[in-house]
Design a protein around this ligand. Structure first.
Ligand code: L34
Length: 291
């Protein structure tokens, strides 16, 4: 079994990005600048956004964190977005999800200018992604492609089963893996909560991408020998024995599935850090397009 080490791979990617930033600075070009908008005090979101800002520092990017209270109105958030859209110092920005219930997420994502949409969530960029036109790929699927590629996991002609049809992971993942590209050319089955006989389907998979958001859902009896497993889930499970009061669980039951797997991502230290590295990569691209 080979561990697909997202932490290590993300560190290597960040080093590559830091080198590019050094080159940009040497040639007198603009330093990439990422902004992140965080609404409310969701503990996990604060951790992820904090990690994004820290990663910017590490590679030499500028970063701006805009923290808003969870009582922020939709109109006020849209104003903040408009300011970021028109601020020439900002190359790209994200609005961390989830948003408080009184805010329409679709409306907010559509307000982000596609050229600054380094999450790749705007319909224009989703459309370009689906049509294989150059664009910002959503960071989590992009990170998974990069991990598969760097570990030389063969995807061409393989049966891939994606569990979960979210707009930010499952759906784009299913599209990207079927495309004619590196870490593509797979035969993809997209499964979800209405899928019948899921186990019959996952047992035929060469690669399983678990992105449904249920802790330890995928168990050893659901996969075949030699499978590659990508665990996108990250749930905080109460655990009194831990200092923080919780532990992190993936969507995959690691102990039972790893016995059968050829390749598997851990949680933490798998897909999460890759998401952050690829967000930086998109920001570098956004800055490059601006210069
Ligand atoms: N707009 N919202 C927007 N863009 C995104 O790309 C995200 N996502 C998801 C949630 N909302 C978003 C993230 O950033 C999930 N996500 C994310 C990012 C980083 C990590 C996990 C999820 C991460 O760094 N995970 C660490 C553990 C961190 C911890 O201690 O909790 C890991 O090793 O998996």
């Amino acid at each position: 079994m080979t561990l697909l080490d997202g932490k290590k791979t993300a560190a290597a990617i960040k080093e590559e990005i830091a080198l590019s930033v050094t080159e940009l600075k040497k040639s007198g070009k603009k330093t990439p600048h990422l902004a992140a908008v965080l609404v409310g005090t969701n503990g996990a979101s604060m951790t992820y956004v904090g990690a994004k800002v820290k990663a910017c520092d590490l590679v030499g990017f500028e970063s701006t964190l805009i923290e808003l209270p969870d009582t922020t109105s939709e109109a006020a958030l849209l104003d903040v977005i408009e300011n970021l859209n028109t601020d020439p110092s900002i190359d790209g920005f994200i609005v961390q999800l989830p948003l408080p219930k009184h805010i329409d997420e679709d409306k907010v994502l559509m307000a982000v200018h596609p050229d600054k949409d380094v999450d790749g969530f705007h319909p224009t960029n989703v459309g370009k992604m689906a049509l294989e036109l150059p664009t910002f790929l959503p960071a989590t699927p992009y990170g998974i492609l990069e991990l598969l590629e760097r570990y030389q996991v063969e995807t061409s002609g393989k049966n891939v089963v994606v569990i979960g049809r979210s707009h930010i992971v499952g759906r784009p993942m299913s599209i990207l893996l079927s495309q004619k590209r590196a870490a593509g050319n797979a035969t993809v089955t997209l499964t979800h909560s209405r899928t019948k006989n899921l186990k019959e389907i996952t047992l035929k998979a060469d690669i399983v991408v678990a992105a449904l958001g249920i802790a330890e859902f995928l168990t050893g009896d659901m996969v075949k020998e030699g499978v590659t497993i990508i665990d996108v889930g990250i749930t905080r499970v109460e655990d009194a024995s831990k200092k923080k009061g919780f532990r992190l669980a993936g969507d995959v039951h690691f102990e039972s599935t790893s016995k059968k797997a050829a390749f598997i991502t851990p949680v933490p230290g798998g897909v999460g850090p890759m998401t952050i590295a690829m967000l930086l990569k998109n920001t570098l691209l956004a800055c490059d397009r601006n210069s």
